[in-house]
Design a protein around this ligand. Sequence first.
Ligand SMILES: Nc1ncnc2c1ncn2[C@@H]1O[C@H](COP(=O)(O)OP(=O)(O)O)[C@@H](O)[C@H]1O
Ligand SMILES: [Mg+2]
Length: 271
Amino acid sequence: MSTQATDHRNPGDSPSIIVEDLTKKFGHGILANLVLDSVSFTVDQGTSVGLVGESGSGKSTIAKIVCGMYKSDSGRLTVAGTDIAPGQRFPAEVQKAVSFISQNPFSSFNPRLTIGQSLVEAISPLSTQPGRHRQTIVEWLERVGLPADSAGRYPHEFSGGQRQRLAIARGLIRRPSVVVADEITSALDMSVQVQILSLLAELRREYSFSMLFISHNLSVVRNVCDEVMVMQSGAIVERGASEQILTAPTHPYTQRLLASIPGSPGFSLVD
Ligand SMILES: Nc1ncnc2c1ncn2[C@@H]1O[C@H](COP(=O)(O)OP(=O)(O)O)[C@@H](O)[C@H]1O
Ligand SMILES: [Mg+2]
């Protein structure tokens, strides 16, 4: 499968995401859990950077901070060219510029709204009247490979793969410059995952958004990312070009992650 994304960087562009010495704790006192420990990285404009690591390593916490759903405790955060201080709410223009596509599109679609109503809400948050945006909605449904009459149907009428297509349409319909995708194919069968990853790579070529793509699976990340960062226990331990990380990882943790992928050179069913 050739879904490698195109490089849309221009010299002089400032990065779409800058994270510097970011920390985040949950809880207080002796029960406090330091989930992000001085995390730093950038995502350049038009590039796609993968974030991999085992469950509980802090990937979703980073995703939610970058999208304004969680606040950090300290550190620098710049999203789409705007600095956001720890504890500050995202200004409206930054909220518009960044989209979060979640791991579980079923729970994130309101079961009582038609798909058309959910999509119009994504375009214009105070409205659930599809009429005004009908043309845009139909175009996006077709763009993600679904029939135009999906607009009048409800979330439960779609399969897991179709719902993930709907979630992608909802995430992109406002034309964000930054997309954060958190484990968006993890719940799907391998053949459906491949289709969704190809769609995402195609949409990136067409719309040039920057992407932070999170997965616990290194082989999934290679299909849509220029570079990969590896996270362990709240810290980024390695970063490199996708092919380099997959063929010549230097950190022992990355080597262990790779060895857990069926079909990879170091794969073994026994520890
Ligand atoms: N809202 C929350 N309240 C308390 N602890 C949380 C919350 N969200 C995440 N955590 C904890 O933070 C750690 C990292 O979680 P998460 O970022 O979801 O990891 P990942 O996405 O890599 O699986 C885990 O120990 C998790 O229990
Ligand atoms: Mg997660």
